[in-house]
Write a protein that binds this ligand. Structure first.
Ligand SMILES: [Zn+2]
Length: 272
C-alpha cells in the first residue's frame, strides 16, 4: 500500500499539471460518480493535496474529489491522449487541454463538498498528517505522551492513522530502527530523551521518504552504495525487507517478525 510520502508525491505531480487549469474531459468508472463526471467539465482545479493516504483535488466551485489508493491504486500523470501502457483498470480520468491525471485500480472515490471533509468516515478519524508543514517533533512527542496512545505498543500505534496520518508499514520499521526503539515497548516505558528521539526520527524519516521518493536509509549509507553501483532496491531501506541481511549500523542480523498482523523488520541489537 502506498504510504503518505508516496501519495503526497502523486498529489504534487497531479498539482503540477492540473492546478489553475480547467478540465476539458472527465471519466469516472465507479458508476455512482458517473452523474458528476459531466459537472466537473469546465471546472477549475485550485489545489491538489493529501490528508494521510487520501488524495484531495479541490475545485473552484467548492467541490472536492476524494480518493484513497487502497492496496493497489495508483495516480499517474500523462500527456493528453497518451495513457501509460497498463493492464490496470482505469477508474478516474481528469483531462485538461494538455494532460490527464489517471487513477487506476482504486475504487474508493467520492465527490464531496468542503463541509463534508469533516464528516467523511475515513477523514474524520485521521490524526495530524505526518507531512504537514505545521507539525513539529514536539507535537509528536506530546501525542506519544497523550493518554489515548501512551499505553499502547508502539508497533500498533505506528500503523494507526488516528495517531499520525500517513504512516504505514515500511515507515514503521524504518522509523523504529532509526530511533533505536524496540517495537514491543509502549511510549510510557520510554525515558523522555528516548521518546523525544522517536518523535524527531518520526518526522525526519517521513520527510526524507517524501523528498527522496521512498529512500529512508541513512544518506551516508546511500551515498556509498550508489557509488558502488547498487540499485535503489538495494540501498532504499535500512531494515525493511532485509531479513537475514547485515545491519548497516552494527553488522548484526536483521530479523522479520509479525506485529499487529503486518511484517516488521528490526535489528535486535540496535533496537533495545
Ligand atoms: Zn544493528
Amino acid at each position: 500500500m502506498p504510504e503518505g510520502p508516496e501519495v503526497r508525491r502523486e498529489a504534487d505531480a497531479i498539482g503540477r499539471v492540473l492546478t489553475g487549469k480547467k478540465l476539458a474531459e472527465t471519466f469516472f468508472e465507479p458508476a455512482h460518480l458517473e452523474p458528476f463526471a459531466r459537472r466537473l467539465v469546465g471546472q477549475e482545479v485550485v489545489e491538489v493535496t493529501t490528508c494521510g493516504k487520501a488524495l484531495l483535488i479541490f475545485f473552484k466551485s467548492g467541490r472536492v474529489l476524494y480518493s484513497h489508493n487502497q492496496l493497489y491504486g495508483r495516480w499517474v500523470v500523462a500527456p493528453k491522449g497518451k495513457p501509460p501502457n497498463t493492464k490496470r483498470t482505469l477508474r478516474v480520468a481528469l483531462t485538461t487541454d494538455a494532460h490527464s491525471a489517471l487513477l487506476y485500480s482504486a475504487t474508493d472515490v467520492a465527490l464531496l463538498g468542503k463541509k463534508d471533509l469533516k464528516t467523511h468516515p475515513y477523514l474524520k478519524k485521521l490524526g495530524p498528517d505526518v507531512l504537514s508543514d505545521t507539525l513539529s517533533w514536539r507535537d509528536i512527542a506530546e501525542r506519544l505522551c497523550d493518554k489515548r496512545f501512551s499505553g499502547r505498543s508502539i508497533s500498533g500505534l505506528y500503523l494507526d492513522q488516528s495517531f499520525l496520518a500517513g504512516l504505514g508499514n515500511y515507515l514503521r520499521s524504518e522509523i523504529l530502527f532509526a530511533a533505536g526503539i524496540d517495537p514491543t515497548c509502549r511510549p510510557k516505558d520510554l525515558e523522555p530523551a528516548k521518546l523525544n528521539e522517536l518523535a524527531r526520527r518520526t518526522l525526519l524519516i517521513s520527510i526524507r521518504a517524501y523528498k527522496t521518493g521512498g529512500v529512508t536509509n541513512h544518506p551516508d549509507t546511500v551515498r556509498v552504495m550508489r557509488k558502488a553501483g547498487r540499485s535503489k532496491g538495494q540501498y532504499r531501506f535500512a531494515v525493511f525487507g532485509r531479513d537475514k541481511r547485515d545491519c548497516y549500523r552494527c553488522a548484526g542480523k536483521i530479523r522479520r517478525i509479525t506485529a499487529n498482523g503486518r511484517r516488521l523488520y528490526l535489528c535486535s541489537s540496535c533496537q533495545r
